[in-house]
Ligand binder design. Structure first.
Ligand SMILES: NC(=O)C1=CN([C@@H]2O[C@H](COP(=O)(O)OP(=O)(O)OC[C@H]3O[C@@H](n4cnc5c(N)ncnc54)[C@H](O)[C@@H]3O)[C@@H](O)[C@H]2O)C=CC1
Ligand SMILES: O=C(O)C(=O)COP(=O)(O)O
Length: 630
């Protein structure tokens, strides 16, 4: 008869727990020892040599026990420290250990004295824990171990498993040499390299499968689990040198994250996007219709910046791809640069500085003016424009602004209803309109001619907003006294050579699109955007999405959640609800939000359901994307 019985053999140190227990014990016993750091490093080195199979395990154990200088009384502290160090995915799948208790064993080269109390909480009784035992002196000092136990010897797990003589398939889950040799020797049928806490090359090379966490192991084995789809299977691609905090945050949450320091061309992106679930970009990468067409797995595009016009938002929406950005994280950085540049321009600081760099002393007050009492004309009174308005007033400037929207004036700022009027009165004009394509050449020859003679122009918005030729001509003719430009009609995909018609003109400050490039802004973006990505992927929240119906969902507690994105056509909700009713589902909450093109409905169910319903919902005409979370 063919048996379907399967046995799951777990390693303890660095698999069930995040740490090596003897390293933790060393921290405890050596806390007052002046040579603590040195001894701990020695212990870690010996542990690793043993795990990698470089020295015999017995030798590694003997050496470590001597260095540890531990006592029985230290073990209680060790156990309470280890309780707090159970691997995250083990902890969240506690039910697996309960439901499959009859199939689970721990085989470890560690010690029962600390393993038993930790795994007892996971329904693994002492008689299913195979491990070493300490030898104590009369005063409780740990002086050795039971040398007859096969687990204190080289390849002990192989012998142990042979002696156990288990019926059925044997799967070993562990992080080191002693685990994978069970598979090599043939005593285990499958070896899962468990890399949640540590990933060793030799271990992963010798694995049938790499499991970055227990979710993956359960998924591969089609076992019940706490997370419907292991996060390590969700691929995130971050382009354009996104701050490393984003990588850390997303990989710590379990996603597989790849980073590329530059932007990708359309062709490169089309190739790369095929197996990407979440794309992170900044202002240089264009997510076009063609890219979207090639992106069959894509669920999210996230702009790690303010502007989103580089993304075809409609194409994304129609494919059920949610787009997020960071609307406020770099606002302050842009404002501070604008303020600095306004002062630098009005004092001709860059010109004076360049002269000295060229060996020339030119002390003069000509063309050097205070900003106090001067008129600042802000074009685009949005988040940046408004904050600039406040700071400029703090410096004593008279602020005027022009915006197509009817926005409220802050402080003493004066709204001007015509651009022409604003240009005519301003000593400095600063542009902060959005990246809408309609703003192309917004400031051209005509607009410049409407500006005061000797005025200054600052552009920190988008390059295409200003006609660069007209600006260069106005600077050369002396119509304008200076300009600060951070953005250009064509910007390179990566750092390197760059040429502009403004090159070499006096009193022109040129910066390479760094308005938002401060450590503070980038760090804040790397916190803000990943939390939006995680909120959507992990629970379906679309709050702050720029192209999608926004839904703030309650926390999902012990329930199944269906996320259904569909075309907003008449009758579709009725069809969805008809299916839900037919399968007699116990619905604990339903949330719907629509816009003219798409509908997003979330259904929470509080008990098990017939899985056929998933297929039926997927097949509802007009469905764009459907996924299940539990
Ligand atoms: N240089 C850099 O590194 C950075 C540049 N930016 C640019 O700054 C722009 C503004 O950012 P926020 O203030 O956060 O955007 P926002 O959307 O809050 O404000 C833009 C304002 O411009 C107004 N506007 C748009 N077109 C207009 C027009 N033709 N005439 C008059 N008003 C118009 C809008 O009504 C809105 O009030 C972004 O769209 C982006 O292009 C943003 C961050 C960094
Ligand atoms: O936030 C924006 O829109 C910006 O222009 C800044 O873009 P960046 O992140 O520097 O490519």
């Amino acid at each position: 008869m063919i048996t379907t019985k399967r046995n799951y053999i777990f390693d303890f140190d660095s698999t069930l727990t995040r740490v090596e227990a003897l390293d933790v014990l060393a921290e405890i016993t050596l806390q007052n020892n002046p040579n603590k750091e040195k001894i701990i490093q020695e212990i870690i080195d010996i542990t690793n040599l043993g795990i990698d199979g470089e020295i015999s395990f017995t030798e590694s154990l003997e050496k470590r026990i001597k260095l540890l200088n531990a006592n029985q009384s230290d073990l209680a502290n060790l156990v309470s420290a280890l309780k707090k160090q159970v691997s995250a995915s083990i902890e969240r799948n506690k039910e697996f250990f309960k439901d499959f208790a009859d199939d689970i064993y721990v085989i470890s080269c560690g010690f029962k004295e600390f393993i038993d109390p930790i795994v007892a909480a996971y329904n693994i009784p002492s008689d299913r824990v195979f491990a070493n035992t300490f030898e104590f002196a009369n005063d409780g000092k740990i002086i050795g171990f039971d040398a007859n136990n096969p687990l204190s010897q080289h390849n002990g797990k192989i012998k142990c498993l042979k002696d156990m003589d288990l019926e059925g398939e044997i799967q070993v889950i562990g992080d080191g040499y002693s685990d994978y040799v069970t598979r090599k020797s043939g005593v285990a049928h499958k070896f899962f390299a468990y890399t949640e806490n540590i990933s060793r090359v030799k271990t992963t090379e010798n694995a049938d499968h790499i499991a970055p966490n227990l979710d993956e192991f359960l998924y591969v084995n089609k076992l019940p689990r706490n997370i419907s789809y292991p996060k390590n299977r969700i691929k995130i691609l971050l382009l354009e040198n996104v701050h490393p905090d984003a990588f850390t945050k997303l990989s710590t949450d379990g996603f597989s994250v790849e980073t590329v320091s530059r932007s990708l061309s359309e062709d490169e992106l089309i190739e790369k996007i095929k197996d990407v679930h979440v794309l992170g970009i900044r202002s240089k990468t264009n997510v076009t219709q063609k890219v979207v067409d090639a992106a069959d797995k894509l669920m999210v595009v996230s702009a790690f910046c303010i502007g989103t016009k580089q993304i075809d938002l409609e194409a994304c929406k129609e494919k059920g791809i949610v787009v997020f950005n960071a609307p406020y994280s770099n606002t302050r950085s842009v404002v501070e640069l604008a303020i600095g540049e306004i002062i630098m321009l009005m004092r001709s600081v860059f010109q004076r500085s360049t002269e000295i760099h060229n060996g020339q002393w030119n002390k003069t007050a000509d063309g050097s003016r205070e900003v106090r009492g001067k008129k600042l004309g802000i074009v685009g009174y949005g988040n940046i424009g408004k904050q600039l308005s406040i700071l400029a007033e703090g410096l004593g400037m008279d602020v005027y602004y022009y915006d197509v929207e009817d926005t409220l004036a802050l402080g003493n700022a004066t709204k001007v209803s015509k651009l022409e009027d604003l240009l005519a009165i301003s000593d400095v004009v600063t542009l902060h309109i959005d990246d809408n394509a309609a703003n192309k050449n917004f400031i051209g020859e005509t607009e410049i001619s409407q500006m005061k003679d000797g005025a200054y122009l600052v552009n920190l918005s988008r390059g295409f907003v200003v006609d660069i030729k007209a600006l260069a001509a106005a600077l050369k003719s002396g119509k304008l006294a200076g300009a600060a430009v951070d953005v250009y009609p064509e910007e390179p995909a990566k750092n390197g050579e760059f040429l502009t018609e403004l090159k070499g003109l006096p009193n022109v400050i040129l910066t390479p699109h760094v308005g938002g490039s401060t450590e503070e802004a980038q760090r804040d973006i790397a916190d803000f955007v990943p939390s939006k990505i995680m909120a959507y992927i992990n629970s379906g929240n679309t709050v702050d999405a720029v192209n999608f119906p926004n839904i703030r969902l309650p926390r999902q507690i012990k329930s199944h959640r269906f996320l259904h994105i569909h075309k907003n056509v008449p009758g579709i909700m009725a069809k969805i609800n008809k299916i839900l009713a037919k399968y007699d589902l116990n619905i604990s909450g339903q949330y719907l939000s629509t816009d003219p093109k798409v509908g997003y409905v979330i259904t929470d169910l509080d008990k098990e359901y017939n899985k056929e319903v998933i297929d039926k919902l997927r097949k509802v005409e007009g469905t764009i994307k459907f996924r299940v979370l539990y």
